[in-house]
Write a protein that binds this ligand. Structure first.
Ligand SMILES: [Zn+2]
Length: 175
């Protein structure tokens, strides 16, 4: 699927809508953060053209596999994000038009498109990155607090494959 849409093909009378699923290989900047496993995000993105501006809004829902920054355990991070912002053509900052747009809409998030091209897949990846916590820790993802840091080799093994995963799961209940 084409990851770019040309601004010039957007219609002012019809919202451009794209729906689908993003996998890790479609999110190259996230691939360093995510661990192997199921990381799939369902998305909807809408582009609504008004003159030279584009209103961009949509949502992302799904699960990203991340690892705890402290112990390396794999955590499932639920994403449920809605986003909305405006895109304007990248112009000379001294241009009068650009100033007016920025002053009028100073409360709204603004992004830019260049050369008649909008990279909508990149927009979705941006939103996925913004949804991630600053620190990935077990206790912040509904897990018991982790305390013992593993060595790098153990973390690597965990990320690749953990044959004892079913034994490690909540087996601490006594009754
Ligand atoms: Zn941890």
């Amino acid at each position: 699927m084409e990851r770019f849409i040309q601004f010039s093909v957007l219609s002012e009378s019809k919202v451009w809508i794209q729906k689908g699923k993003l996998t890790v290989d479609q999110m190259p900047r996230l691939s360093d953060i995510l661990v192997s496993g199921n990381s799939i995000l369902e998305y909807q993105i809408n582009l609504e053209r008004k003159n030279e501006q584009v209103n961009c809004y949509g949502n992302l829902v799904g699960t990203l596999s991340i690892s705890c920054d402290r112990c390396g355990q794999i955590l499932q991070f639920d994403v449920d994000e809605e986003f909305t912002f405006k895109m304007v053509p990248e112009t000379n900052p001294e241009s009068q038009n650009c100033k007016e747009i920025l002053l009028d809409d100073e409360d709204l998030d603004i992004d830019f498109y260049r050369n008649d091209r909008i990279d909508w897949q990149d927009i979705l990846e941006d939103q996925a990155i913004l949804s991630l916590p600053i620190r990935n820790l077990c206790e912040e993802q509904g897990q018991p607090t982790c305390e013992i840091p593993l060595n790098p080799q153990e973390i690597k093994n965990l990320n690749i494959e953990n044959p004892f995963a079913s034994l490690i799961k909540p087996g601490w209940q006594n009754n």
